[in-house]
Design a protein around this ligand. Structure first.
Ligand code: SAM
Ligand code: SF4
Length: 345
């Protein structure tokens, strides 16, 4: 089957409801484990990437995402690795645009490191993408090079400009890192809001072996918020994006600051998300190891009934929540062994 064709209609179109009554309406798909950067909190310097045959083809990704859309997923976020380094990814994104056109999907978006935006931003807009998250942890070129191990800040800033000119709404994602960007938090807020972008701060999560000690890097968002509140007036915002961030509005800039606090604040009660890796492993929770092999289901039959049955069975065991813990020198229990680039955040 080609990308963009729909397989035989689903046996049932009932929405996916988990055992706690939560409606699964948000799917994050990691379309590749590869990346053109090696952020120190995300990947080790020497990563071995998956052989091609293990990774879902674009046709398989289309069948998989379309099955979720038939079962009531309204928001689809592509991530990675770096989604824009996957070969022919635009053809897949364009094919997903048909679910926007039909009204089945409300939003098609992606999380990117921004290095390829100068090439693809206009096409993304053309495919129906309206909003993207761009990860940026520092505005200092040397520090950017250091945290990404070889990235070029100017290329990302140029990409952001092209994306903005193309009409894409941009949200900056910034991982708060002790001893790295804690002195830059206010500058990052001022720059983002000055350029018209909301910004969300993320706490580091204990995912995958990296080269340093995570405890050394952990900066609580309570401290981040305190720092921001020392300069700006924050007030609660009712803004919701379908994601896990809690937003506040800054009176002086008019922009929003989001906080994603998986380590210190439990947002599991309202979790409407599931994640699929580039090998088709469905994770019901970012912080748990339980998964379902949707690649086996996809490859078992050309029709989608096996796939849909596998999705349904998996959602029926979505756990209540995660139990991450970061302790000095200890990554388990309370950590997961896969890298963030596997499930894509
Ligand atoms: N390459 C794309 C990017 O960087 O935006 C998409 C994939 S990346 C894994 C998605 C997000 O996860 C990025 O914002 C990144 O900063 C964040 N991230 C990666 N490892 C993390 C970790 N251990 N804890 C918290 N956030 C992490
Ligand atoms: Fe690549 Fe994104 Fe991970 Fe950085 S955070 S190494 S850009 S996948």
């Amino acid at each position: 089957m080609q990308v963009g064709q729909d397989a035989k209609a689903a046996p049932t179109e009932a929405p996916l409801i988990d055992p706690f009554g939560r409606h699964v309406s948000y799917l994050r798909v990691s379309v590749t484990d590869r990346c053109d950067l090696r952020c120190v909190y995300c990947m080790a310097e020497n990563m071995s990437f998956l052989p091609k045959k293990e990774v879902l083809s674009l046709e398989e990704l289309d069948r998989l995402c379309s099955a979720f859309v038939r079962r009531g997923v309204k928001r689809l976020r592509l991530t990675g690795g770096e989604p824009l380094v996957r070969k022919n990814i635009i053809s897949f994104i364009r094919a997903m645009g048909r679910h926007l056109d039909s009204g089945a999907l409300q939003e098609l978006t992606l999380t990117t490191n921004g290095t390829q935006l100068h090439r693809f931003a206009h096409e993304l807009y053309d495919c129906g993408v309206r909003r993207i998250n761009v990860s940026l942890d520092t505005l200092d070129a040397e520090k950017f090079h250091e945290v990404t191990r070889w990235g070029n800040l100017q290329k990302v800033l140029d990409g952001i400009k092209v994306a903005k000119d193309a009409g894409l709404k941009i949200k900056i994602n910034c991982v708060a890192l002790k001893g790295f960007n804690d002195d830059e938090l206010l500058d990052l807020v001022a720059w983002s809001h000055g350029d018209g972008h909301d910004i969300t701060f993320i706490e580091t999560m204990p995912m995958g072996e990296i080269d340093g000690d995570r405890n050394e890097q952990f900066l609580s968002l309570a401290q981040v918020r305190e720092r921001i509140a020392s300069r700006y007036s924050l007030s609660a915002s009712s803004h919701v994006t379908g994601g896990p961030a809690r937003y506040e509005r800054i009176a002086e800039t008019g922009g929003r600051v989001g906080f994603i606090t998986p380590m210190s604040h439990n947002f599991c009660e309202s979790c409407n998300r599931v994640r699929v890796t580039c090998t088709g492993q469905l994770y019901l929770c970012l912080g748990q190891d339980d998964r379902a092999d949707l690649r086996a289901a996809l490859r078992a039959s050309e029709a989608d009934d096996v796939l849909e049955a596998a999705i349904e069975a998996a959602v029926a065991r979505k756990p209540m929540g995660h139990d991450f813990v970061i302790e000095r020198g200890v990554n388990t229990p309370g950590s997961v062994s896969r890298h963030m680039s596997v499930t894509g955040g």
